[in-house]
Design a protein around this ligand. Structure first.
Ligand code: GN1
Ligand code: MG
Length: 355
């Protein structure tokens, strides 16, 4: 058993074990809320999954630079309440770093943002706010100097994801392929289209910018009035296509069902959320986007529902080594739900510009 109180003490926080409770529904890291007994202040304690984030030093250096840059930007623009608009990581008293190592585990601590909540349900009104928030996030990071490294190399590279998928199919290490051949075929049919952004990049028509790369709705904090406070989960901030942030939000927020909905009838693409989100996003982002990026936006939701179907099914074939699962065929259920979303998007966007 890891002694979380001891870990927190290294960050100067005193918390009784019974005030440290699991929180959040992330698939990768382990997250806890803890309350400092002297100040009453709440903190978030996270164990970093370093099988996924193998270079913790790079990961935390990215995050420190990104949060410092956003903080400075908000200050220079005269914003108030800044500790609720950007994450603040705590430095360990012994090493001065924003993480500590304990045996095989790496831990970090941040201030918990007060009076904030995630939203499972989205209305067109808060979809618009979310669009503005994502555009604003990209805009604030557009002038960060020096390179932000890739905490997971080629994270949103569809061609790589498809190579990993094919490897899992060829190896079939758990003998699970036979029961998913139809889904595999459906996904294979769409490979070429899914890699459109990579093709545009090679043709010099699609740039990379600093993006969040995990804009699922759970990674956005709202205040009580439904205004977006900030983006959380900054592990994957890195250069990518803006489609990453546009698409992953819609993949989650415009899905009328759940990411892992076992009832596929629940899963449809909500076109009203799409339009409201796009409008909000363009209010902030139109000034820096190219014409090709704007024209490609209708492809983004499909790209990410598809990528997620491929990633979940790959993990299922590999024996569930990457994503945390709650039951035996969870990754398959997730993959089917994401593929249903792809189909729904295809139906709702029959004619899109050829790029
Ligand atoms: C993972 O950590 P979490 O749960 O926010 C994953 C994302 C996926 C998402 C699917 C580092 O995000 O890429 O889109 O699950 N993060 C990583 O829900 O792989
Ligand atoms: Mg994450």
């Amino acid at each position: 058993m890891m002694d979380k109180s001891m870990i927190l003490r290294r960050f100067g926080i005193m918390a009784e074990p019974d005030t440290i409770v699991p929180i959040g529904g992330g698939h990768i890291n382990d997250t806890f809320k803890a309350v400092d007994s002297s100040s009453g202040r709440a903190y978030i304690l996270q164990r970093i999954n370093h099988n996924v984030f193998t270079d913790v030093e790079l990961l935390q250096s990215n995050i420190e630079r990104v949060t410092a840059h956003i903080r400075a930007k908000l200050q220079s623009r005269g914003e108030n309440d800044i500790d609720r608009k950007v994450l603040k990581f705590i430095k360990a008293s012994d090493t001065g770093k924003t993480y500590v190592r304990d045996g095989d585990s790496y831990w970090r601590v941040m201030l918990m943002i007060e009076d904030a909540e995630t939203r499972g349900e989205i209305t067109p009104e808060n979809a618009r706010n979310a669009g503005k928030a994502i555009g604003h996030f990209q805009e604030m990071l557009s002038d960060i100097d020096g390179g932000i490294g890739e905490s997971i190399p080629d994270f949103h590279n569809m061609e790589l994801r498809l190579r990993q998928f094919r490897q899992a199919i060829d190896a079939d290490p758990c003998g699970r392929l036979a029961q998913v051949t139809q889904l595999v075929e459906e996904l294979k049919k769409r490979e070429g289209k899914a890699c459109m952004a990579e093709r545009l990049y090679r043709e010099g028509r699609m740039p990379k910018r600093i993006c969040h790369c995990d804009t699922k709705i759970d990674n956005m904090l709202f205040d009580r009035d439904g205004e977006v406070l900030c983006m959380i989960d900054l592990d994957t901030v890195m250069p990518s296509f803006v489609l990453s942030d546009f698409g992953d939000f819609l993949r989650t927020a415009a899905n009328t069902g759940r990411e892992d909905d076992p009832d596929l009838d629940n899963v449809e693409f909500d076109i009203d959320v799409y339009h409201a989100f796009r409008e909000g996003y363009l209010e902030e982002a139109a000034a820096f986007l190219t014409d090709v990026e704007i024209a490609a936006l209708p492809y983004a939701a499909e790209r990410f529902a598809y990528m997620q179907a491929v990633r979940f099914l790959t993990d299922y074939l590999n024996g569930d080594t990457y994503y945390r699962i709650a039951y035996a065929d969870h990754n398959l259920v997730r993959a089917r739900a994401q593929f249903k979303l792809v189909q729904s998007i295809e139906q709702r966007f029959p004619d899109r510009p050829t790029l």
